[in-house]
Design a protein around this ligand. Structure first.
Ligand code: NAD
Ligand code: IPM
Ligand code: MN
Length: 337
């Protein structure tokens, strides 16, 4: 029986996660769910952004669905972003961010890419200091983390029968760090080639990659990149699936997964009942596909989302523009399951 730790978090996390849980409970009737706390609300209540029992529950379940948390953009004594803490403590080293054209809401119909973001190091190493008007951040790239993100990319490519890998880096300016990343990814690709699994590989400097994300996004298949580049490119890519309200992601570790929409806690719309639950629902589908390996159930969730968008379109409603309401969108998806 699959077990799931649910962490709604803050803001619209409290609205979109219960919607995604309803979808999961309909498609997997024997799902066992356990609720846990993390985020800014949790910090205000208990003085920590992630409770120790939250960590234990995720480890015990092996799967979590996370909403979003709010983080102040100035330093607050004792506070550390809950999602960064979870990624680090649970060694969630890969972040899968698929972006596919969706009916009605996508600006174009030919997009089908998966961004594989290194999730454990780079500029997220937490090594930031300031002294005498000079602030520095250390960008850590290791062979070990580059190796495992490359292997993860290859595993995903094999599972989903993908053909082209774009390695995105900035080795022209960062030859040691991004050179190591690039060379390690190439080494892993070669080892697969020697075993008879061949793909197309290209290298793109991150600035050109950003331009291409706008000019020719349909040319991307699987992208692998370092942490901050992946963060930035995945928000840009999300435009093509209809915006942040539609963009799912899955943080992966060894035998553990934490799904979360790409969007944040959206304080501007929180509490109004208008948040789009589709990103959270598609994130839940990623758990179903990649953690519980229930391909048919994942396909059904995705098909219900597609069908619902088509039906909204027939009514002249584009849910990423008109925001029909969390409950209205959820009801339609449940009806199509
Ligand atoms: P955001 O993603 O919360 O919102 C950006 C814009 O997109 C807003 O206008 C918002 O209304 C809209 N939006 C986002 N999700 C939507 C949805 N489901 N339906 C409809 N519209 C949606 O980003 P932000 O405003 O930069 O950040 C707000 C807070 O969230 C910050 O504290 C930030 O640190 C945090 N954040 C958390 C996560 C996370 O927990 N994984 C991710 C990003 C940002
Ligand atoms: C994301 C978010 C996080 C990140 C923030 C909230 C720490 O933007 O999941 O993309 O930078 O990774
Ligand atoms: Mn981001």
């Amino acid at each position: 029986m699959p077990k799931l730790c649910i962490i709604p978090g803050d803001g619209i996390g409290l609205e979109v996660i219960p919607a995604a849980v309803q979808v999961l409970e309909k498609i997997i009737p024997d799902l066992e769910v356990v609720y846990a706390e993390a985020g800014w609300n949790c910090f205000q209540k208990y003085g920590v952004s992630v409770l120790p029992q939250t960590m234990d529950t995720i480890r015990d379940c092996g799967a979590a669905l996370f909403g979003a948390v709010s983080s102040p953009s100035h330093q607050v004594q004792g506070y550390r972003s809950a999602i960064l803490t979870l990624r680090q403590e649970l060694d969630l080293f890969a972040n899968l961010r698929p972006v596919r054209s969706l009916p009605v809401v996508s600006p174009r119909a030919d997009i089908d890419m998966i961004l594989v973001r290194e999730n454990s190091e780079g500029l997220y190493s937490g090594l930031e200091t300031i002294q005498d008007g000079r602030a520095t951040a250390t960008r850590v790239i290791t062979r070990q983390a580059s190796f495992r993100i490359a292997k993860q990319s290859m595993r995903i490519m094999q599972q989903l029968n993908r053909k082209k890998l774009s390695i995105i880096h900035k080795a022209n300016v960062l030859p040691l760090t991004d050179g190591l990343f690039r060379d390690t990814v190439r080494e892993v690709v070669s080892s697969y080639e020697q075993q008879g699994y061949c793909i197309d590989v290209e290298e793109i400097l991150v600035d050109v990659a950003a331009f291409r994300m706008l000019s020719d996004p349909q040319k991307y298949d699987v992208l692998v990149t370092t942490n901050l580049f992946g963060d930035i490119l995945s928000d840009a890519a999300a435009y093509w699936c209809g915006g942040l309200g539609m963009a799912p992601s899955l943080n992966l570790g060894e035998g553990i997964g934490l799904a979360e929409p790409v969007h944040g806690s959206a304080p501007d719309i929180a509490g109004k009942g208008i948040a789009n639950p589709i990103a959270a629902i598609l994130s839940a589908a990623l758990l179903v596909r990649f953690i519980w390996q229930q391909q048919e159930a994942a396909n059904q969730i995705e098909a219900a989302v597609h069908q619902s968008l088509i039906e909204f379109g027939d009514l002249g409603i584009n849910p990423s523009v008109h925001m029909p309401g969390t409950q209205v969108i959820l009801n339609r998806i449940l009806a199509n399951l």
